[in-house]
Design a protein around this ligand. Structure first.
Ligand code: G3P
Ligand code: MG
Length: 247
């Protein structure tokens, strides 16, 4: 049974450390966060790495599509100074490095398969193959994606692992078909656009609901009142403090 926490660190803990980095995982653990969400993509030479964007420009000192760089080329870049000088010089991690730190720090994981276009199947295949060699505790692992191809691949390769179907800003009319097709455990919804009716319809199906990205405790409280299970947050301490402190 999936043991979902109420608050999951988003991209590690994106308000306090550069997203999708080893430093972010440590920061989350130091803050007492139980789970983190991380995005996985493939390098040109098919190595799974933690990275969010299709392009290197926003979060590294490189430029252009990440899918066109080998791991060796990616390792020459640094991905910390855009965030703060104190993180200058840090490297894009491989998924394997991240999994080792997650296990060492006893964190649960929502791995979001974030394929570059055209690599939906292989990204899921490679990431799941690695996970299957390293990760045992499936109560503390959720594999999610916006990509139906990636989720379908996960379903084929690791049917028993829990899947999360990510929904964007627009609620899909065929949501029921998607659920029947992917058989997810969770629906991961956009906190800013989802409605109470949509949340309740999903809960009525016996599914869990997680909402991204929530940094305001009032918003978290509203969503939890609607019955969602938890939120992804860049600032989990702020949400936690607002939710659980006694006024
Ligand atoms: O998995 C929840 C959330 O991370 C989805 O959006 O763009 O932050 O990966 P994004
Ligand atoms: Mg993500």
């Amino acid at each position: 049974m999936l043991k979902l926490p109420k608050i999951i660190g988003h991209r590690g803990v994106a308000a306090y450390a550069p997203e999708n980095t080893i430093e972010g995982i440590h920061t989350a653990a130091d803050m007492g966060i139980e789970w983190v969400e991380l995005d996985v993509k493939l390098s040109k030479d098919q190595i799974p790495i933690l990275f969010h964007d299709e392009a290197l420009d926003r979060t590294t000192n490189g430029s252009g599509p990440v899918a066109q760089k080998t791991l060796e080329e990616l390792r020459e870049l640094e991905c910390g100074s855009w965030f703060a000088d104190s993180f200058a010089g840090i490297k894009i991690p491989t998924l394997e490095e991240a999994l080792e730190v997650l296990l060492e720090r006893r964190l649960g994981l929502n791995l979001e398969i974030k394929p570059c276009p055209g690599r939906e199947r292989e990204t899921a295949e490679v990431a799941l193959d690695l996970l299957s060699q390293i990760w045992d505790d499936h109560d503390r692992l959720l594999v999610s994606s916006f990509s139906l191809i990636s989720l379908q691949t996960a379903q084929e390769l690791a049917q028993d692992w829990q899947r999360g179907l990510l929904i964007g800003e627009h609620w899909p009319e065929n949501w029921q078909e998607l659920i029947d097709f992917i058989e997810p455990s969770t629906i991961n919804v956009n906190a800013g656009t989802v409605t109470r009716e949509e949340v309740e319809a999903v809960i009525d199906q016996g599914l869990h609901v997680l909402a991204y990205t929530v940094n305001d405790p009032d918003e978290a409280r509203r969503l939890l009142r609607w019955g969602i299970d938890g939120v992804f947050s860049d600032a989990p301490d702020v949400v936690r403090e607002g939710l659980f402190s006694v006024h």
